[in-house]
Design a protein around this ligand. Sequence first.
Ligand SMILES: Nc1ncnc2c1ncn2[C@@H]1O[C@H](COP(=O)(O)OP(=O)(O)OP(=O)(O)O)[C@@H](O)[C@H]1O
Ligand SMILES: [Mg+2]
Length: 382
Amino acid sequence: MTDVVTGNDDGERDWDLSTKDGWFAMVGAAPRTRPPARSIAELAAMGAGERRRFDQARAGWHANLGPIRTPQVDAVLDGLDEIVGSNQHDGDKVKPAAVLDAAPGLGKTTAAVAFARRFHREQIDLHGDRAGAVGGSWQRVPVAYLPLTSSTTMRSLNALLCRFYGLPAATRGSATHLAHRAAEAVAGCKTRLIVVDDVHFLDMSRHDGREVANHFKWLANTFPVTFVFVGVGLGARGLLAEGLTGADGAFSQTARRWTVLHLGSFEIGTEPGRRTWRALLLTIEQNLALARPHRGVLSQDLSDYLFARSSGHFASLMSLIGRGCYRAIKDGSETLSIDLLDAVRIDQAAETARKHLTAALDAGLLTTTAATNTRPGREGAA
Ligand SMILES: Nc1ncnc2c1ncn2[C@@H]1O[C@H](COP(=O)(O)OP(=O)(O)OP(=O)(O)O)[C@@H](O)[C@H]1O
Ligand SMILES: [Mg+2]
């Protein structure tokens, strides 16, 4: 139901993507709607309850801006589309997998989930929401999302899969029994895409890790499923290399079928990089729900500052913006400024990098200023 104060029906979106129900809730949710623009005078005229709800809606909005489509995000989405879309091999052929490998906080999960969400919708549109014969008895579940945890074993992996599909007693039984049930669900629900997130938790120097990698290979061999592996430093960890493959070499065989996609941080060392950065800030600025926004507040006035604070990392930038907006609403300033943002602390890695970047920007060795006009990035569901 639409809230008359905030103009939206967002409610709480505390879904758990590692369960089918949570995944479906996310896929089916309408895009968030921006709270309506209100002037300072209109804010002052609101009753206390109305104001609290309005500010709550604005905090939710600012904390969930995006996903914003940058050129890098677009390249990853296109790459995934090509790999997954062309994977129409017959059942007896192994499907190549995609790997999204990048440093922390650059938007890997956001991009992979955005792609999988779109893929899910397309599959349901194409084939309907039941699997099997007409009116089949299985629910179609085009995508499974598996966030790995440290020390993933065959048993815990298959328990994770069973839990995703909502199978009863998902943690009971032997590893083989769980694997059998999970495989049955993958086949019965016609799952076509499995996103395995935080793959860096697989330790290929251990028997457990190699066994799980073999199991992925077996699943891709047996079912028409494409895997998208997402993680940090997978190349550097040897997860993509040959040689670290255990006795049977199965993993190197798998690695040969992996296509690696990367996401980098934003950079301001080149003209296109500076343009992308400022276009991103312009998109964010246009989406702020503050009562005193002004054109250029982020993309011009704060462009250098925001780069220094975030070192061009999506996660650091967005948490700085989200927390800054929260503070600007709370203290009534209703706009972002250096003074206000200076009081906001974000992740330690960004705080550490900030000193060097600020020095370089102050000395004129770096700049975010682009020579030509910026074009806004595209915002919205990918
Ligand atoms: N395309 C995007 N548009 C808007 N915000 C984004 C986008 N990508 C990332 N973010 C912001 O960065 C945060 C971190 O993104 P995400 O979790 O996707 O990164 P990650 O690379 O998977 O990080 P980790 O390595 O910690 O798993 C998100 O919560 C969001 O605030
Ligand atoms: Mg992630």
